[in-house]
Design a protein around this ligand. Structure first.
Ligand code: NAD
Length: 360
């Protein structure tokens, strides 16, 4: 008999619908472990960090939080942000602190078209469209370099500088990651998103590195597309996409566009990877804390459950990851959907339906 694999997961639901969708994803994973015949188990620890914690402690997470998180196999994250705390404080104080502190430099965001979900695209269905946005997750426009009121001009004359950081190492590693991923996909193509016509330093370096890396992958088709044109391409010619590699901000925007085209922000999964595995990676839905629907039990858990499937892949549980993805597809295909995608099921009903199909 083989030994039981025990995966230690840090759960950080944080704010708003984050609490609801993390609960849903945990239920799916625990049910999988329960039926694994003792092959694997998940050991969870909850962390109460987020905007409420900020209200009590004046900080988004414990001072030694990263030290403690380091000991886990993975982090399962909900969403951070609540109207009581400025968004830049909550984001930098928790999510970005973890992503940057743990060098999770590759953010993988699949755009999946699911059966039973109507896309606003004219020709879309789940049989011919899917692509992955690979987001540079450690520098670029979210490097946090800049300052405010540098010249101290006083009220009405404030100045702010927000710089973007592009390094050859940072560009090269994310591009190699994208090319390696493209080799595993049916359509062997990488599209680089640039803005080198207007941003003549960082984005020209980005383009130069893309050309250099592409030369090492002659089997992969490439293209370089300006971000504005790529936004149009997502809508008009998504069938031409396979792996889309982009800087931090550009990929952030484009992946939301991708999930909206697939039907809802609530469907999109993501993995913040530290490919060297020096630190834990973090898995979270693409969406935010959705204060407009939080606490009502109606948010879509599919993005969070899809992120749990990405975590299973990361653990090497490939068959289980596929089983979760299949159960999601069967559930939406059977018409069990939350309201924002035209259904009437609650978060708990969609979760229960996915678990049921996992075992049927
Ligand atoms: N990764 C993160 O933690 C993250 C990402 C984006 C935004 N945020 C934060 O979340 C807060 C709200 O931001 P926002 O409104 O711009 O983005 P949002 O993603 O929270 O919501 C945008 C829209 O999508 C809907 N939506 C989101 N998730 C859904 C789900 N699971 N099911 C159904 N509908 C869903 C919401 O109801 C809303 O109409 C802000 O504080 C923001 O900073 C956090």
């Amino acid at each position: 008999m083989t030994a039981t694999q025990n995966f230690r997961i840090a759960a950080i639901p944080a704010d708003g619908v984050g609490l609801e969708v993390v609960e849903a994803g945990r239920a799916v994973l625990d049910s999988l472990a329960g039926s694994s015949g003792g092959r694997f188990t998940f050991e969870w620890k909850d962390f109460p960090w987020g905007s409420e914690y900020y209200g009590e402690h004046g900080k988004m997470m414990a001072d030694d939080g990263l030290e403690e998180l380091k000991t886990f196999d993975a982090i399962y994250f909900g969403a951070v942000g609540w109207p009581t705390v400025p968004d830049h404080v909550s984001l930098w104080g928790l999510r970005l602190k973890i992503c940057q502190g743990f060098d999770q430099w590759a953010n993988v965001r699949p755009v999946e078209f699911l059966p039973g979900i109507v896309s606003p695209l004219r020709k879309a269905d789940d049989t011919d469209l899917n692509w992955v946005v690979v987001r540079e997750n450690s520098e670029g426009e979210y490097a946090g370099i800049g300052g405010r009121n540098l010249s101290a001009r006083g009220e009405g004359g404030e100045v702010a500088i927000q710089s973007a950081l592009f390094t050859e190492v940072g560009c090269e590693r994310i591009m190699r990651f994208a090319f390696d991923l493209a080799r595993t996909r049916a359509k062997k193509k990488v599209s680089s998103v640039t803005k080198s016509n207007a941003q003549q330093y960082g984005m020209v370096l980005w383009d130069d590195v893309f050309k250099k890396v592409a030369a090492d992958y002659p089997d992969i088709e490439t293209e370089s597309v300006l971000v504005d044109a790529m936004a149009a391409k997502f809508v008009l010619h998504p069938e031409e996409l396979s792996v889309v590699v982009a800087s931090n901000l550009n990929a952030d925007i484009l992946s939301d566009l991708g999930s909206a085209l697939a039907g809802s922000l609530g469907l999109a999964a993501s993995a913040n990877l530290n490919p060297a595995k020096t630190y834990p990676s973090m898995f979270e839905p693409v969406h935010g804390s959705a204060p407009d629907i939080a606490g009502q039990g109606i948010c879509n858990p599919v993005g969070a459950i899809g992120s749990a499937a990405l975590m299973l892949e990361h653990f090497g549980l490939h068959d289980e990851a596929k089983a979760v993805q299949r159960a999601i597809e069967q559930t939406t295909g059977d018409g069990i959907r939350t309201r924002e995608v035209g259904g009437s099921a609650s978060t708990a009903e969609v979760t229960a339906a996915i678990i049921e199909r996992l075992h049927s």
